[in-house]
Design a protein around this ligand. Structure first.
Ligand code: UFG
Length: 328
């Protein structure tokens, strides 16, 4: 059993990871300022509503709990918004991370798992993308995550912090046993928007049908949120056992097009998915698929969800728990 601080633990991936850490028997405290996350995602008695820039509250929390490690999710995640408000993204994501890193240094916490993103690669030259691919973000969001990765790399070299950065591909699905799921406001992610289109009858816009992919729509590597959570647990186990720092892609290694997702949603739900073809969304790479061999080999991780329909079905389960069965 270890004492773990989860920042951003009221959010989608952070709350799933928190539940899994508790199920493993760890003692978990959650820090979240609730600017994006939801208190109802956090098990009772574990939430501390604190912003990472509030150094005195952060100091109090760190002093009271003497954590063995931190799992750091707290960040803004909307790529388009980051292009409109870059300062806010750099301040919140890079600045917030730096404030956390300074605070844990003061309190002697030397292990950290960081939630990074495939957005650090920008428009990759080839897929699947290995971790060694050029790091050329095309959004302030991706850059803000890369800035934190860079800080971590130097703290590892200069001050002995040990970290694992997980570069997520497209998180989806929900764990029914925990009663939580994907809730963003505003929602920009494909699978929840597909369900919204089914529920409301208002067609989803497919962003671009003229990409150089087999059906002309963008390809993404969808990974179930429970598999992402298990990657964090594996990273933490490695660090707590004295393992070295490392950067890992977290994806399944299999890509699906937007139209394949729509087809899977139609099959899983038994309903028609209303959609229209629209123009490309700015900044969307044609294809993002992880080379996840490093995560599999080094940390012994393997995804439990390997089919798109199983992932879509899991997300559909949450949709129905949240809104009631569609069409009823
Ligand atoms: N899409 C549509 N219509 C929509 C919404 C999405 O066609 O209404 C398409 C997008 O163009 C994209 C795919 O569905 O091709 C997936 O889009 P999402 O918005 O669900 O996810 P992204 O791939 O844009 O974003 C994900 C993460 C980000 C991360 C990014 C890395 O959610 O946090 O990958 O590029 F930064």
């Amino acid at each position: 059993m270890a004492r773990i601080l989860v920042t951003g633990g009221a959010g989608y991936i952070g709350s799933h990871t928190t539940h899994y850490l508790l199920a493993r028997g760890h003692d978990v405290q959650v820090l979240d300022d609730l600017s994006k996350g939801y208190a109802h995602n956090v098990p009772k008695g574990r939430l501390h509503v604190v912003n990472l820039h509030d150094s005195s509250s952060l100091d109090q929390l760190l002093a009271a709990h003497r954590f063995d490690a931190v799992v750091h999710f707290a960040a803004f995640i909307a790529v388009g918004e980051s292009a409109r408000e870059p300062e806010r993204y750099f301040r919140n994501n890079a600045g917030g991370s730096l404030a956390l890193l300074e605070a844990i240094e003061r309190h002697g916490v030397r292990r950290l798992v960081f939630s990074s993103t495939a957005a650090v690669y920008g428009n990759p030259e080839r897929v699947p993308i290995p971790e060694s691919a050029p790091l050329l973000p095309v959004s302030p969001y991706g850059e803000s995550k890369l800035m934190t990765e860079t800080a971590l790399k130097w703290l590892d070299a200069c001050s002995g912090l040990r970290y694992v950065a997980l570069r997520y591909f497209n998180a989806c699905g929900a764990e029914a046993a925990f009663g939580i799921g994907e809730e963003h406001e505003p929602e920009t992610h494909l699978i929840p928007l597909v369900f919204r289109a089914i529920r409301t009858g208002v067609p989803l816009t497919v962003f671009g049908g003229d990409y150089a992919t087999p059906d002309g729509t963008c390809i993404r590597d969808y990974i179930h949120v429970s598999d992402l959570a298990s990657a964090h647990l594996a990273a933490l186990d490695s660090l707590l056992a004295g393992g070295a720092s490392g950067v890992f892609n977290a994806g399944t290694g299999r890509g699906y097009s937007v139209l394949e997702v729509l087809r899977a949603a139609g099959e899983v739900t038994g309903k028609k998915v209303p959609f229209v073809m629209g123009p490309r969304r700015e900044g969307d790479p044609a294809e993002l698929v992880a080379d996840s061999s490093k995560l599999r080999k080094t940390l012994g991780w393997a995804p439990q969800y390997d089919s798109l329909s199983a992932m879509v079905e899991s997300a559909w389960g949450f949709e129905n728990r949240r809104h009631g069965p569609a069409g009823t």
